[in-house]
Design a protein around this ligand. Sequence first.
Ligand code: SAM
Length: 258
Amino acid sequence: MSRKSLLTNRAGLTHKIGYAVRHPARITPYVKRTARDTWLRLKHPDHIAYYRAVMASDAGRNPEAAVGSRSHERWLALGEMQFDYLAEHGLRPGHRMLDIGCGNLRAGWRFIAHLHTGHYYGIDISPDILISAKQTLTTYGLQDKLPHLTITQDLTLDFLPSAHFDIVHAHSVFSHSPVEVIDECLAHVGRILAPGGFFDFTFDRTEATEHQVLREDFYYRTETLLELARRHGLEARFMEDWEKRPHGQSKIRVNNPA
Ligand SMILES: C[S@@+](CC[C@H](N)C(=O)[O-])C[C@H]1O[C@@H](n2cnc3c(N)ncnc32)[C@H](O)[C@@H]1O
């Protein structure tokens, strides 16, 4: 991540004008997206309902683009990057994994293939993307692995067992979440983590003012999220080794001290 991008406030007018001058072809798509999102926000004042509607609209056009991949090659590469990272950090077939915001299993299908039957649990707020997730399962012939794929409305995780998951994972989810959603997740994730388990999440990092764009993309300072985790009695640290990967987001790991 470049120093310049860390200091950019994408919500600022100066940035928007400069960006439009540098990328004139992106003006029309941006205006269309702004109009669509404004309409969806008026219809759905609640963030989850709003983002679910954004996903319905995006997934209806192209599910791989809806999870942030501009081509199938990128979809494959982004899934591989997530899998390789956790494999290097000790992911074993016997582990139990919760994938928050699993999308259409860009990484999920690799986790499912690696883990024992029934050890993968994916949750998402979007029924449209979960339908696409089922298609991914079929494409990769993973029916016998019997993963759980469940719709959720919030991140209280109240329907899941205590001390159960060795790895909880949320890739490119908090980059689309207001701080209340992240706070809710951090308030509850400690309960479901198995002893020695951890929770990895990515976020869009800024070293300037925290900001958001169209209530779709949220930019946080590292310290804000570390402090939020600590307030819930969790240990949290910035993952320097993730920074070496060709990915625009940063990663934090949360451990349950218990
Ligand atoms: C950019 S996609 C990433 C999907 C997947 N993690 C991956 O890397 O391929 C973000 C996903 O998170 C889901 N999502 C957004 N907010 C969520 C929330 N509060 N709880 C659960 N899922 C959420 C979206 O519906 C979407 O499927």
